[in-house]
Design a protein around this ligand. Sequence first.
Ligand code: PMP
Length: 431
Amino acid sequence: QEEQYRARFSGSAALFGRAQRLFPSGLTHDARYLEPFPVYAARAAGAHKWDVDGHELIDYWMGHGALLLGHAHPTLVEAVTAQVARGTHLGANHPLEVEWAELVQALMPAVERIRFTNSGTEATQLAMRLARAYTGRTRIVKFQGHFHGWHDTAAAGGAVRPAGIPEEVMEAALVVPPNEPRVLEEALRSHPDVAGVIIEPGGGAWGELPVRAQFLHDVRDLTERYGVVLIFDEVVTGFRMAPGGAQQYYGIRPDLVCLGKILCGGLPGGAVGGRAEIVDLLAFTGDPARDARKVAHLGTFNANPLSAAAGIAMLRQVQTGEPTRQAAQLNARLVAALNEVLERRRVKGFVYGLSSWFHVALGTEGERQADGSWWPLTTAGAGAELAAQGLVQRLRRAMLLEGVDLMRNGGFLSTAHTLADLEATAQAFDR
Ligand code: PMP
């Protein structure tokens, strides 16, 4: 397989050769690692992208989940192109940021105030800082396997300590297992220094580790009872699980919401929104002594006009409810088709997912839910299990040779995927 791969993607191999003299591991994003080298994409449209050798690939990365409408959606291209000519950075407040924020507020009633950032990572960092400032406490509770970006506190608290993170920062994070309300309650009871609880409400690592709806309600109840700020990291779920995100899907009002990806229509950015009395800790009071101690946040490209233009065009579509519904429907069909392949081939494993994302689990048992869908039994995640067996790399390479670009052990659906794409994907998986 590896030889075939090297021959097929020779243009990518050449670029990777140059990249290795430039970037650590030849990469600009850790998650794009693939042995012996990753594929270099030249352009994309709809649900497809073309590599530098001219192969057409069905894309399930979809901009790491940012492209709910697919690549180069005409409305977004038009909005961004028009704005480029009007100025990419105005060095001023601008009308688009107001319109953009109003759209978010209309979709997410919990967003009483909002501050735009440059990434989802910056959004979770700012949310944690706000939670600390609001409560006067330091510790952040996180859930095992949940991803909140790469900054120090987001990366801290796991079983292993990634290099370069101070011990004190590690200790400021407390990791508990998801779906265990009693463990969370004990953590909050025994740690009066907890400022906030952050959770991916769609499940850890974009749903690879699903969370039970009841658990989310328990988290809301417990954080309220212990006076702890509840942060929903909706970087993935926002505008995807429902037009109003997981908070609308589950009917839960968090204190703070982190946004990114779809928010910016495929351009860079993010945001923190939430209760006015918390987000307003960013506000100036007019008293220089007090303002020097307020929550600080800057950023040259905050609410930049290009991301705003793309975000507005995206959220106007999201508002109709169509994109969410359509992508979820396509996802359900793909999951069913892939499961049909595994069953017919008598392969131990299952494919699962919610909303418009899916994950492939191979060699492990799952639990069949009442509605027929699958639920993983592993607490490490199907991807981790597959990775441990070296299967993610082989699956990804095999699918690329068949013209399908999976994101790790799964991917994201968009409104641009067609039934023909799903059919071709299932056939590729079968082969
Ligand atoms: N939170 C979640 C749930 C995410 O999935 C991601 C990105 N995959 C982030 C935060 C970080 O966002 P960004 O990559 O824009 O920094």
